[in-house]
Design a protein around this ligand. Structure first.
Ligand SMILES: [Zn+2]
Length: 605
């Protein structure tokens, strides 16, 4: 746990009121020492979600999720561990150690102050929208079909005409000009022609759209003119709080529904997003005026299983689709491109036809790589078209996604996977590292030359003998897959190469119900490292009693796996081992059920 000492984490965990934290999401009822409610992570009618405040853990017997306060926030808010620690440290008023470093403390104070100023400015703009002088802005929103309620929810505002509105208000509120300058809300003009240096408001006579981080804190603004003068949209510059490439508009308002439905939509404009929410599709977010970055894509991908990229159907929209879609290629999410027909933008479609009209476009969506391949194939010249198809794959290092796309390019251009991979590697060599999303070493493993057999370079530790022997046995005796599928949970095997092979074998067995065709499966592996690993294992198994060996491994792995789960479960349920004897009957009952749950699950029931 880099950055946070164990004892600080512990004191935060002890200080958190877990019942209060969980109650922000679901109502809980007291049941003896614990609290019960309906699980916030899966749909249920009878409560199987338990919170145990004294021990500081929660557990759902329905879906199996469980953990401490940090895990709860991570799961519920999609935070990383450090983010969850920071938030709970703040909630509980516990000092994080970085704060003792004077420079870090100064930085934290400055950031906190800038946040306050940003929030203040947002409030000023909101106030101006409701003031008598806000009439033109209110009319603008009304014309766009945005209701008052929606305006409140999105905290829409108005920066009136004039050069000094915000700076005057800041002076009256005792806010330092320097802070507003750092936030890009004021600009400075140097002294010239005998006039002294002065500052002026950056946003003038524009409606304002606050941009928030995923936790809903205002970090920047987008602003649009009321008329047609250019630039139509103006965003805050990069500031200590705000980086365009790392934030997504309205994520804080969409993330709950994204997690509930597993679905998200990325649109182009702020008003598209606002209208989607207003019309009953509150999973929409937008990029921030520039091409979507992979960082933005992975931020959205945290919350969803499927994402729709929604674009206008005109030439500009198509261009945006080509520019933005590649960002999602490395993500393990189904990504679909929606082109709005009839030359309209999503906001117009929603206004005239409601959600049903937009959804009919969504129904006609295309898988993102199909879309990109089509675009590439329109490029004149076979070699140029191939390069165009490969360009979005540069730096896509995902071990599952990369071979998949390579295969699809190969199919589309009727050449071999190896030829595609060679060309991709050449392009990657000539692409400056700065243009890549991932550090070069990250994809080195995916494209490395075949290593000597039975060497697992993806993991510093070699596979355990039992894991190796299991795969060896399954490759030689694929009929064993029935037993393995019945008794082994796939996550029993932890080494990545072994796990990959196990998934391929059992996946095929489960799809067909018959012993998987090993030759075909090994022949279909594009990854040279995995392929030679598999062939090495297969060669080693020749002539052995693989049936006995396989059964033995299945037995051993099941037992190990259960012991590990039980150990983890005990720690999670009962705290450190020393405390276990203090279990009362209530907790004992819970523990018993927990162990039972996992026994059933690891048995595949
Ligand atoms: Zn649950």
């Amino acid at each position: 746990l880099p950055g946070f000492p164990e004892d600080v984490i512990d004191s935060i965990r002890q200080a958190v009121d877990l019942v209060e934290l969980v109650s922000r999401y679901v109502p809980l009822k007291r049941a003896g020492k614990s609290w019960k409610g309906c699980c916030p992570f899966h749909q249920e009618k009878t409560p199987s979600f338990n919170v145990h405040p004294e021990k500081g853990f929660w557990k759902c017997f329905g879906c199996g999720k469980g953990g401490n306060a940090f895990v709860f926030l991570m799961e519920k808010e999609g935070l990383t561990f450090p983010e969850a620690v920071r938030q709970l440290a703040k909630d509980t008023g516990i000092h994080l150690p970085g704060d003792d470093d004077p420079a870090a403390a100064r930085h934290a104070t400055r950031i906190a102050r800038l946040r306050d100023v940003c929030e203040w400015a947002c409030h000023e703009f909101e106030r101006a929208l409701r003031a008598p002088a806000g009439q033109p802005a209110r009319e603008y929103f009304k014309r766009r079909g945005i209701t008052g309620e929606t305006a409140v929810r999105f905290r829409l505002g108005y920066a009136p005409p004039g050069w000094q509105n915000l700076s005057d208000a800041a002076r009256a509120a005792g806010i330092a000009e320097q802070d507003l300058i750092e936030l890009g809300l004021l600009r400075r003009k140097d002294a010239e022609d005998g006039r002294p240096a002065r500052t002026f408001d950056f946003f003038r006579d524009r409606v304002t759209f606050p941009i928030c981080d995923s936790q809903g804190r205002v970090i920047a603004f987008g602003a649009r003119t009321l008329g047609d003068d250019e630039p139509k949209y103006l965003n805050s510059p990069e500031t200590p709080l705000f980086s365009k490439g790392r934030n997504v508009y309205a994520l804080h308002l969409a993330k709950q529904e994204m997690m509930r439905t597993g679905e998200g939509a990325v649109m182009e404009g702020y008003t598209d997003v606002i209208m989607a929410h207003q019309c009953g599709w509150p999973v929409a977010v937008a990029g921030l005026g520039t091409a979507l970055t992979r960082e933005q894509a992975s931020l959205v991908a945290r919350y969803v299983k499927r994402v729709y990229l929604v674009y206008d159907g005109d030439a500009a929209g198509l261009k945006a689709a080509d520019r933005n879609s590649p960002a999602f290629l490395p993500e393990e999410v189904e990504t679909r491109v929606v082109l709005i027909t009839g030359g309209k933008d999503p906001c117009d479609v929603l206004l005239s036809g409601g959600l049903a009209a937009l959804k009919s476009n969504v129904d006609a969506s295309r898988e993102v790589f199909d879309h990109l391949l089509d675009a590439a194939k329109r490029v004149p010249g076979e070699a140029q078209a191939l390069d165009a198809a490969l360009a979005p794959l540069v730096g896509v290092t995902s071990r599952t996604r990369r071979p998949l796309y390579v295969k699809r390019v190969a199919d589309a251009f009727r050449i071999s996977d190896a030829q595609v991979l060679d060309r991709l590697k050449e392009i990657e060599k000539t692409t400056a590292p700065a243009e890549r999303a991932a550090p070069p070493h990250a994809h080195a493993s995916a494209v490395s030359e075949p290593p000597p057999p039975v060497r697992a370079s993806r993991n510093t530790s070699p596979p355990s003998p039992t894991e190796q022997h299991l795969i060896e046995a399954l490759l030689g005796r694929p009929d064993l897959c029935a037993e393995a599928a019945e008794r082994l949970a796939v996550d029993t095997v932890v080494h990545p190469l072994c796990r990959d092979l196990l998934e391929r074998l059992l996946g095929r067995y489960e799809a067909t119900g018959t012993a998987p065709p090993v030759d075909a499966i090994l022949g279909g592996i594009d990854d040279p490292e995995l392929s030679s690993f598999a062939e090495g294992l297969r060669a080693r198994g020749a002539g052995k009693d693989l049936l006995g060996q396989g059964r033995d491994c299945i037995q051993r792995l099941t037992t190990q796996h259960e012991a590990r789960r039980l150990r983890e479960g005990l720690d999670q349920v009962a705290g450190p081992a020393a405390e276990r004897r203090e279990l009362n009957s209530d907790e004992g009952e819970m523990l018993r059920r927990w162990v039972e749950f996992h026994r059933r699950r690891s048995a595949g029931a």
